[in-house]
Design a protein around this ligand. Structure first.
Ligand SMILES: *Cc1c(COP(=O)(O)O)cnc(C)c1O
Length: 422
């Protein structure tokens, strides 16, 4: 589909043709002790800091200093409705309606809140389906929910495994498994994209298939948000959760996001853990009224949010808003294809890319398996100026992100990798 050329010149030419290239300058790039820029390919773990973040946070520090508690109403960006300033941009990133999306809490907390509402085992419909290589936190969360309902994990947790000798799940196998478990399935909850393989599951067909069996379908989009086009509303998923510190560049441990499909929002039969920030904004400070949920995803909010973290999410979302998630996705597809081309061009038999080859089945991540390698390979490329990620026993994960990585970054990385391969 692309005709690439394996040379530094070729990489730089691609950068010149890249309409999003200048966004790279809106971020701080980590450097070594001598001030040389490192090649940062770890945006799937922690996104880089936008240069605009500090002033966004500083505004809130200034207003806190100046107004004290009055900042809730008189700050330049009043804290009372502060989360609302983020909703539209976040909804655009994940493809939800503004009524369906809320920035709140952190990821695993949101996953629990969603399962409280949407994992309601009843009769023989008690099982949860996840990937066998689900992110550990998701697995713990799901298992604890099963136990919390007094159920047995070994009977109620279904793990989707790839076929023997394969690493990624085949779409048809997922659908077949869903049909096989049929009316025993209460919830399907997949990490999209998968954190280990980088596989991007087809949300539409999985959701449709799950719904046909009467199951609820939710996704953990920690590695999807800001990376791929999730179209959560159009894909008709029931709920989704994500964090904002990976592809969304909002800083370590920053707030998460949550999507609740509009068809569930005002359904009074759905249980929910509640707190005052989910209550009707007009009467919230009456403090006496019965809980009156806001008729949007905001109803799932518990506490008044940490404004300093919200500010950094906002700074990042402004960049996404300008660049546009569909433009970013287009670049990411090309950038990832280029990286794949360079890795394959090494013609090294020890190397295999375990991430799916098709653009629609992956995001901006390649998981590179290196046979006969150990962590010393990772340490060597790190010492040579690359920040990537190592997964035991033999996988290097690299994520060329559309906002701040260049084609030249990819070229330099593969050069460094090649230098240290046996
Ligand atoms: C990063 C990640 C997490 C981390 O959860 P936190 O609650 O933000 O610490 C959980 N699940 C998945 C799939 C992730 O990728």
């Amino acid at each position: 589909m692309y005709s690439f050329e394996n040379s530094l010149n070729g990489a730089q030419q691609l950068d010149r043709e890249d309409a999003l290239f200048l966004y790279r300058n809106e971020f701080y790039h980590p450097t070594d002790d001598k001030g040389n820029k490192l090649i940062y390919l770890c945006g799937n773990s922690l996104g880089l800091q936008p240069k605009s973040t500090a002033s966004k946070i500083d505004q809130e520090l200034k207003d806190w200093k100046k107004y004290g508690v009055e900042g809730h109403f008189h700050a330049e960006n009043p804290w009372m409705p502060y989360h609302e300033f983020l909703t539209e941009a976040m909804a655009n990133v994940v493809g939800g309606k503004t009524t369906e999306v809320i920035v709140m809490n952190t990821l695993t907390v949101n996953l629990h809140l969603m399962m409280v509402s949407f994992y309601r085992p009843k009769g023989k419909r008690t099982k949860i389906m996840i990937e066998s290589d689900a992110f550990p936190s998701d697995k713990y969360a799901v298992e604890s929910q099963i136990k919390w309902h007094g159920l047995d994990v070994s009977e109620n947790l279904i793990e989707l495994s790839p076929r023997p000798g394969e690493v990624c799940l085949r779409d048809e196998d997922i659908l077949n498994q869903i049909e096989e478990h049929g009316d025993a399935l209460a919830l399907i909850m997949l990490g999209n994209t998968n954190y280990y393989t980088g596989q991007f599951f087809d949300m539409k067909s999985i959701t449709e298939c799950g719904h046909k069996q009467g199951a609820i379908v939710g996704f953990d989009c920690a590695h999807g948000a800001g990376n791929v086009e999730l179209n959560l509303h159009d894909n008709n998923v029931d709920f989704a959760v994500w964090c904002s510190y990976k592809y969304l560049n909002s800083g370590p441990g920053s707030l998460g996001g949550c999507f609740v499909n509009e068809r569930h929002i005002t359904d009074k039969s759905i249980p929910r853990l509640t707190g005052w920030w989910g209550h009707n904004k007009e009467t919230r400070f009456g403090m006496r009224d019965d809980f009156d949920p806001i008729p949007t995803a905001e109803a799932w909010q518990l506490s008044n949010p940490p404004i300093l973290s919200m500010a950094s999410v906002w700074a990042s979302l402004e960049i996404f808003d300008k660049a546009g998630i569909s433009n970013l996705r287009k670049k990411a597809i090309k950038l990832t294809a280029y990286l794949e081309y360079l890795v394959n061009d090494l013609n090294n038999n020890d190397i295999s890319i375990i991430t799916p080859k098709e653009a629609h089945r992956r995001g901006s991540q390649l998981s590179i398996q290196v046979a006969n390698a150990d962590k010393s390979l990772y340490e060597a490329i790190s010492a040579d100026g690359v920040i990537a990620d190592w997964r035991e026993p033999d996988v290097i994960r690299v994520a060329p992100t559309a906002l701040y990585n260049s084609f030249e970054d990819c070229w330099q990385f593969v050069n460094v990798l090649n230098k240290h391969l046996k």
